[in-house]
Design a protein around this ligand. Structure first.
Ligand SMILES: *Cc1c(COP(=O)(O)O)cnc(C)c1O
Length: 461
């Protein structure tokens, strides 16, 4: 096919949009290990999970066998407000790099929340509403998830309480105000509204908080209030399931033009966009139908896949969530304060962790100044101002394209452009001023984090 036959943007019509999510666990030989109760270290029961999470979402969390899960009509209708997301050929970036590689990206920033998180927020809010709940609680770090959930809850008329990591609450006042505009209550974490918050405040007065701590506060609030449940924007298998819409649409769009990617790249915080993007392609690889290279890109300052251990660990600092077997830096690990680029979570999706452990996926870490260099080049060539998180994937895609330039290979690269960076201008400012620094944790700092992982029979690492 001649280059010009492929348009800049490939859209799907409403009729062509996927009607089911794809559950990659159905095609995995080694399934992710079961979740454990944080007190007993025994596999957690459905009943225990339903105290914290919505009923239907617990079913999805535990479902390892159904390959396709129908998307309810109400969610499909909501998706139609901002989906399908375009698949874009990065002609201008290719030209700038003078690479023979063909670069495509799936842009998920085309909604007010500015990221892919809305794909799962609407699903989780829908199931909470269906169960007749009054509201949901959650945490947000950078703010995208809180915004997405507030949008979804406003649409469905559900109450929404967001614990926002304190340093981000203070650094990103506009994010906070967007969330409040959609009607959600925003509380800086750690706060005195929960016992875990009060304990952390006493132990670390003046702390800027962490995602793990905000999760603990949100869970405590959900279980102590009648008619509330906790929802989580990443890491869980149900979230990867909802995010499979990204990969399904990308694959349908590529199939229209007989495009087959060689390399698929995504940034990895808790793993939901990467898991969603690669799922349908990974399914083909797992079934032995086709081979792809998958690359997870994480910050060098929070390197769970590349330097963490594969073990059962708490999903949160307060140790109230179920334990998950995953690549982790330890729930007490906190990335250094100079880290501006998101993706600060200490662990990784159990699905992606297992796939990485079994050799189906690669991982690499990148430093933040080189990430912002890639972001700048992307903004100047392709126009879109990318989120710092997304720019980790851009960096790796550019590196792969430059490698093709050396070898002359015409590889096809697909990466996930998860969102826009309008609320990250403080980070861009420090990059533009030349004051941005890199930080790579020492082996001792990594060990301090992983030493906090619980030791019990069967948890060998
Ligand atoms: C939350 C977020 C991420 C990282 O989360 P994952 O669960 O790893 O996908 C990446 N990009 C953007 C824009 C985000 O908001």
């Amino acid at each position: 096919m001649k280059k010009n036959e492929i348009p800049y943007k490939i859209y799907l019509s409403e009729e062509e949009m996927p009607r089911s999510w794809y559950n990659v666990r159905a095609d995995m030989k080694n399934k992710p290990a079961p979740l454990l109760n944080p007190q007993t270290f025994k596999p957690i029961t459905e009943e225990e999970l339903e105290r914290v999470f919505c009923k239907d979402l617990v079913q999805q969390e535990l479902n390892e066998t159904d390959r396709h899960i129908p998307i309810p009509q109400e969610i499909l209708d909501f998706y139609k407000m901002y989906r399908p997301a375009p698949l874009t050929r990065a002609y201008c970036l290719e030209k700038k790099l003078q690479t023979p590689a063909k670069i495509y990206y799936k842009f998920e920033g085309n909604n007010t929340s500015g990221s892919h998180k809305l794909n799962s927020a609407i699903a989780q809010a829908y199931y909470a509403k269906k169960q007749g709940l009054k509201g949901v609680t959650t945490e947000t770090g950078a703010g995208q998830w809180g915004t997405a959930l507030a949008m979804a809850c406003a649409y469905l008329d559900l109450d929404c309480i967001v614990y926002q990591v304190k340093c981000s609450y203070e650094q990103k006042p506009f994010r906070r105000e967007v969330i409040r505009t959609y009607g959600a209550q925003v509380i800086p974490s750690p706060s005195d509204t929960t016992s875990v918050g009060r304990k952390i405040l006493q132990e670390f007065p003046g702390t800027g908080g962490s995602l793990g701590c905000a999760i603990s506060e949100a869970v405590e609030t959900a279980v102590s209030r009648e008619g509330y449940r906790y929802v989580l924007g990443s890491v869980l298998s149900q979230v990867l399931l909802h995010q499979s819409i990204i990969g399904l649409e990308a694959k349908l769009a590529m199939d229209k033009y007989n495009i087959v990617p060689d390399i698929i790249i995504g940034c990895a915080g808790g793993g939901s966009n990467l898991g969603g993007l690669i799922s349908p392609f990974m399914g083909e690889k797992l079934r032995g139908e086709r081979d792809y290279r998958f690359i997870a890109v994480e910050p060098a300052s929070c390197p769970s896949l590349t330097r963490g251990v594969f073990a059962y660990d708490y999903c949160d600092t307060g140790k109230v969530c179920p334990l998950q077997k995953m690549y982790t830096l330890g729930s007490g690990f906190m990335p250094s304060a100079n880290h501006a680029g998101g993706l600060r979570y200490h662990g990784m999706s159990a699905i992606l962790s297992q796939l990485y452990h079994d050799g189906y996926m690669e991982a690499r870490s990148v430093e933040q100044t080189e990430v912002f260099q890639a972001a700048q080049l992307f903004a100047r060539t392709e126009g879109t101002l990318p989120a710092p998180e997304s720019s980790h994937a851009i960096k790796a895609a550019i590196d792969e394209a430059l490698r093709c330039k050396e070898t002359g290979e015409e590889k096809t690269i697909l990466f996930g452009l998860t969102g826009t960076g309008y609320f990250d201008m403080k980070a861009y400012e420090s990059f533009n001023n030349g004051t941005m620094t890199d930080y790579i944790p020492t082996d001792e700092e990594i060990k301090k984090g992983t030493d906090g992982i619980p030791r019990f029979e069967g948890n060998n690492f």
